[in-house]
Design a protein around this ligand. Structure first.
Ligand code: ZN
Ligand code: ZN
Length: 286
């Protein structure tokens, strides 16, 4: 399994690739716009070319783009829905130009039920049918804060089924724990994997967001924390990663970054979770 971080593109897109190389990542996740703003900042063709060239040389893959925080595909407000679907299409298009493999999307905030799932499915189907693949759109499970949808695997399964387009899944470990799947112990992990197997299928899980949780199981809150230091803990993460059913292509960490030392720490812990990983000494090559 390939490992990477969500890294900042502040300054330039290229900066995320450089940073990934410094850290020794194999995979990378980025935002392609300011995630907390609606204003669209055009990306110059030269910046796209520079990013793609640097990423190729660095051998980084998969490249995951995460949709910004503002679009809400489950909203009851028609104006916000229109803005959200347009933004989804534009970010998907830009992700494609950047040769991204995946675009990660949250289902959104809205009343829990079939009508909301159908609305999210329609938005995704429209965006996917407008932009030729790749990237593959991955729906992410959530902690279920407030009216957030997607905290049960069955929600994601309904959206995928109703969309009638190819969609995959991004599994966030901190979100799953917050949503009530107790990942600190084997029975909770078994329940999550069984829900996936019964529903969208384990093959649908392309990416895992590898985060420990600062809040307890079933808190319905989303607080990412350093690996092994939170409510999931190392035994739980180790059990999940060594489970024969669990084979995502890459694990992306979205752990807090008070200092770069924490990134080194989290990457080392993540390496220790991947079965068969051999830590190389400086100067050795793979
Ligand atoms: Zn996310
Ligand atoms: Zn989160």
């Amino acid at each position: 399994m390939r490992l990477g971080f969500h890294l900042s593109i502040a300054g330039s897109l290229r900066r995320a690739v450089d940073q990934a190389q410094v850290l020794g990542c194999e995979a990378l996740q980025i935002f392609v716009q300011n995630p907390r703003g609606w204003k669209w900042r055009p990306v110059a063709p030269a910046a796209v070319r520079d990013f793609c060239r640097a990423r190729g040389l660095a051998g980084l893959g998969p490249l995951v783009v995460h949709l910004g925080y503002l679009p809400n595909l489950a909203t009851a407000d028609p104006a916000l829905y229109a803005l959200s679907t347009e933004r989804l299409s534009r970010e998907l298009e830009l992700a494609r130009a950047l040769q991204a493999d995946y675009l990660v999307v949250h289902p959104g905030h809205g009343p829990l039920g079939e009508a909301s799932f159908a609305q999210v499915a329609r938005a995704l189907a429209l965006a996917v049918s407008q932009v030729p693949p790749p990237p593959l759109v991955l729906l992410e499970n959530t902690a279920g804060q407030g009216q957030e949808l997607g905290w049960r695997i069955t929600h994601l399964e309904r959206i995928i089924t109703l969309s009638r387009v190819p969609l995959g899944l991004c599994l966030d470990t901190a979100h799953a724990h917050g949503a009530g799947y107790d990942l600190s112990c084997p029975p909770g992990i078994a329940r999550l994997l069984a829900d996936l197997a019964r529903g969208p299928g384990l093959d649908a899980v392309k990416i895992v967001h590898l985060n420990d949780s600062r809040v307890n199981c079933n808190s319905r809150r989303d607080r990412h924390w350093h690996l092994g230091q939170g409510a999931i803990g190392l035994p739980g993460l180790r059990h999940l990663f060594s489970h024969p059913w669990f084979k995502p292509e890459a694990a992306i960490m979205e752990t807090p970054k008070p200092h770069q030392a924490y990134e080194w720490y989290n990457l080392l812990v993540a390496r220790s979770l991947v079965p068969g990983t051999v830590l190389l000494a400086a100067g050795e090559t793979k």
